[in-house]
Design a protein. Structure first.
Length: 169
């Protein structure tokens, strides 16, 4: 069983099925399609408090992603540019027993930023953010900036781990 922990703010969204995946760094022991997942939250400070089980489910999909900030011209402005989160889909799998390994993740990190991948349009990227429990893509971008800082400028390779929800009580 794979244990995934979440901040308390996501517990209700996980139980109701609003949050149906999580985006994580590659794991030493990779998650495979069909693995049992135990979704938990900390009762207090991370790693210093007990965990409460939110629910149990099965991994149904894995997607290798590259998250990075790119420049985008603001609509209606000739010179204004903002930093926008781009999400590139590098590989998607739903085959039972398939996994995305640390080695594969590292290999993608070492490749140039223009490594072939499918760039999600703004609506699809916003959908990824909402299904991950965030208000919108801007909310996800703020969180990633706080976690990854300048690394996000060059691209962060992550794995989307998905399950089917809502979870049984």
């Amino acid at each position: 069983m794979i244990i995934l922990t979440f901040p308390a703010r996501f517990a209700a969204a996980i139980r109701t099925g609003v949050k149906s995946h999580t985006v994580r760094s590659a794991r030493k022991i990779p998650v495979k399609i069909g693995d049992a997942l135990s979704l938990r939250q900390w009762t207090g400070e991370s790693f210093r408090s007990p965990q409460v089980i939110i629910g149990a489910c099965t991994c149904t999909r894995l997607t290798l992603l590259r998250l990075r900030l790119v420049d985008r011209t603001r609509p209606g402005s000739h010179w204004g540019v903002d930093r926008h989160l781009a999400i590139d889909c590098l590989r998607h799998t739903t085959a039972t027993g398939d996994a995305i390994t640390v080695a594969e993740s590292a290999a993608c990190t070492a490749k140039p930023v223009d490594h072939p991948g499918v760039r999600l349009d703004d609506a699809a990227a916003d959908d990824v953010a909402r299904r991950d429990g965030y208000d919108d893509l801007a909310d996800l971008t703020r969180t990633l900036r706080a976690e990854h800082g300048r690394d996000l400028d060059h691209g962060v390779i992550s794995i989307l781990i998905g399950w089917d929800g809502p979870l049984p009580l």
